[in-house]
Design a protein around this ligand. Structure first.
Ligand code: GCB
Length: 650
């Protein structure tokens, strides 16, 4: 619970509620030979608005002039959460508006060349953002964890001084009953205990509500006629891969599109024209998950070239999209990738690390993927929000399969299942699918984690969100992750795969590891008998303080974590040859949460510490995952050493 001294919420509310933004256009990752980029990562000026109503920034219009002129500023790194950067405890727990500002000099050509479009793109701003460019209100966005952008050409192409740009971003981290994730603001009015106006932000999820500019901010260009979006789906017919594409173009009605598909050696394998079509690739090399095939993660490149006739002359745009040819299907008891049974042996993650919080960080990204491969993990769930685009690009390249989860976490109270929330949730799914639809690594959408799915209202709500998601993307299965009872769950009828979280011998029957096998067997059998759908054990685990040892095992020790896992594995081994199609440990690494008597500097259920060092359980899991990989591989056997050159562990 974060503390504050303000009557802020009543005033913040209207701004957060009036913004059902319809999706406009695509959200292609801005990387292409015809697009120039200017990255705005680095130091930004920063100020939290500590005023009682948190509205001083708006009252004094801090966006009108450089931020330093309206008061003191801090240096704030971007990308990063702002919470753990300073020594000021008030900032760590701050609830309300914070202000970021960056002054930029644009390349002169961008401001002079009227056939160039200049776009400002924000990788994510948690949780609500208003953006001004040179003091002009330019863009608003609700929801962290997803990108948003605006064409700012008319603001920068206006005269001799226009190459100097001031970007101001006000961000509010308040969570309300209609945001995703939802939260509540509680005023504590007993003046014998709390100062006047005292409030706390209540959240209903188990991770720290880090906020700020947590992903990259950049400026990029496109021509005025440009490739706005590409949607690719793939299928396989005999030994041919079929790549269906759909392209949307903006800025011109008079254009031609050329489409070329190149293999990994840059050899042309198929080509086409027009806004939609199908490319046939005889003898296609399929995109296989890591450890499932000798050559996993094979990627083709789809090159799209646009030539448009404009009044100023012809304009061309160019975009290259990595394409993995693969199929995904679900039967009563199996999850199939390329027609072969796939078993998820992986982890749940968080975007979380010391100091940077949820800030994107390349060294951390590469370290995490090295650890995943070392572990023999072939999959993860983006618990409990969509991760940075760069993470999914790595998954495509490394063959790590993803269950892509939206921020539908903490839907714990009946009042969260209302119409406004439902509309917002559906919009968020549109944004997730728009951003991530072309990643071969993404094999399933998860619309929520542990909603109160025993409620009637949740049943309707989940049905709507799942149906909407399936309509947005008929090519992938859809799920949500439940911890409800099989007989009470109102959402399970609508999912393709049942994802179950359970914490036997942790949150109840403390210390009684001997009960796990019986309870887990009952869990699987009752769910399967009721629904006849494949099941993933989407969470299980135990809190473990690294270096705590006790044998026979006691809770919180490394021995207990290992023994608990072993008990789960006995049952998973019995069921995985039947209808259990995956196991994802909770969690890959320790992570920060709100403070509470049940959390010791955060959640310690990681098999790695927050600093990415292995606990004993990591070695146990590694043995298991490699063993499963060698039983389920197709069609080759893989030695650990093949995948981990120079690893001292192989
Ligand atoms: C869960 C939640 C996850 C928590 C975990 C725990 O069921 O989905 O967000 O962190 O349990 O450790 O309690």
């Amino acid at each position: 619970m974060a503390r504050g001294l303000a009557v802020a919420w009543a005033v913040l509310g209207p701004l957060l509620w009036g913004c059902a933004l319809a999706l406009q256009g695509g959200m292609l990752y801005p990387e292409s030979p015809s697009r120039e980029r200017k990255e705005l990562d680095g130091l930004w000026s920063f100020r939290a608005d500590f005023s009682d109503n948190r509205r001083r920034g708006f009252e004094e219009q801090w966006y009108r002039r450089p931020l330093r002129e309206s008061g003191p500023t801090l240096d704030m790194p971007v990308p990063s959460s702002f919470n753990d950067i300073s020594q000021d405890w008030r900032l760590r727990h701050f609830v309300g508006w914070v202000w970021y500002e960056r002054e930029v000099i644009l390349p002169e050509r961008w401001t002079q060349d009227l056939s160039t479009r200049v776009v400002l793109r924000i990788g994510s701003a948690h949780a609500y953002a208003i953006v001004w460019v040179n003091g002009v209100d330019t863009l608003e966005h609700e929801g962290g964890y997803l990108p948003f952008e605006a064409d700012i050409s008319n603001l920068v192409q206006v005269g001799p001084l226009s190459s100097q740009l001031r970007i101001t971003i006000a961000i509010n981290n308040t969570l309300t009953p209609t945001t995703l994730p939802p939260g509540t603001i509680q005023y504590l009015t007993d003046t014998s205990k709390y100062p006047k106006g005292y409030f706390v932000q209540n959240t209903y999820f188990d991770f720290f509500n880090y906020a700020g500019l947590q992903r990259s901010v950049l400026l990029y260009t496109t021509p005025t006629a440009y490739i706005d979006d590409i949607t690719v789906t793939t299928s396989v017919e005999h030994d041919s891969g079929l790549v269906n594409y759909q392209i949307s173009v903006k800025g011109s009605n008079l254009f031609e599109l050329e489409v070329r598909l190149l293999d990994a050696e840059n050899k042309l394998v198929a080509n086409g024209t027009g806004t939609q079509g199908q490319l046939k690739v005889p003898g296609a090399r399929l995109w296989w998950p890591y450890l499932m095939h000798e050559r996993p993660a094979y990627l083709y490149s789809l090159e799209v070239r646009l030539t448009a006739q404009m009044s100023l002359g012809p304009v061309s745009d160019f975009y290259t999209l990595p394409v993995g040819i693969r199929t995904v299907a679900v039967t009563e008891s199996q999850f199939l990738i390329n027609g072969k049974p796939f078993y998820f042996h992986g982890v749940n993650k968080h975007e979380d690390a010391d100091i940077r919080g949820k800030g994107f960080d390349w060294p951390l990204l590469v370290k995490d993927f090295n650890l995943l491969r070392w572990l023999g993990a072939n999959a993860f769930r983006t618990s409990h929000y969509p991760y940075a685009e760069e993470v999914l690009q790595m998954c495509d390249r490394y063959g790590i399969v993803v269950i892509d989860e939206c921020p539908g976490v903490g839907l714990a109270l009946p009042q969260f299942f209302n119409n406004v929330s439902l509309q917002n949730h559906m919009r968020v799914m549109e944004e997730v699918v728009r951003r991530d639809k072309n990643h071969p690594a993404v094999v399933m959408w998860s619309v929520a984690n542990e909603p109160a799915s025993h409620l009637e209202s949740a049943g309707y709500y989940l049905k709507m969100v799942i149906t909407h998601t399936k309509a947005l993307d008929p090519s992938r299965p859809v799920t949500f992750v439940t911890n409800s009872n099989y007989a009470a769950d109102k959402g399970a009828p609508y999912v393709d795969v049942i994802c179950l979280n359970s914490y036997y011998s942790w949150y109840h029957d403390y210390g009684h590891l001997e009960l796990i096998q019986q309870q887990l067997t009952t869990q699987f059998e009752s769910w399967y008998k009721t629904y006849q759908k494949p099941i993933i054990q989407s969470e299980y685990g135990a809190e473990t303080i690294v270096g705590f040892h006790q044998d026979p095992p006691l809770m919180f020790t490394e021995e207990y974590q290992k023994s608990l896992l072993e008990q789960y594995h006995v049952v998973l081994d019995q069921k995985r040859r039947k209808y259990v199609v995956g196991e994802l440990i909770w969690n890959f690494a320790d992570f920060m949460t709100e403070q509470s008597p049940t959390r010791v500097l955060g959640n310690k259920k990681g098999v790695f510490t927050r600093q990415r060092q292995p606990k004993s359980a990591a070695f146990l899991l590694r043995e298991r995952y490699w063993k499963i990989a060698n039983e389920t591989r197709y069609p080759y056997s893989i030695a650990k050493s093949q995948c981990l050159e120079n690893s001292p562990f192989t």
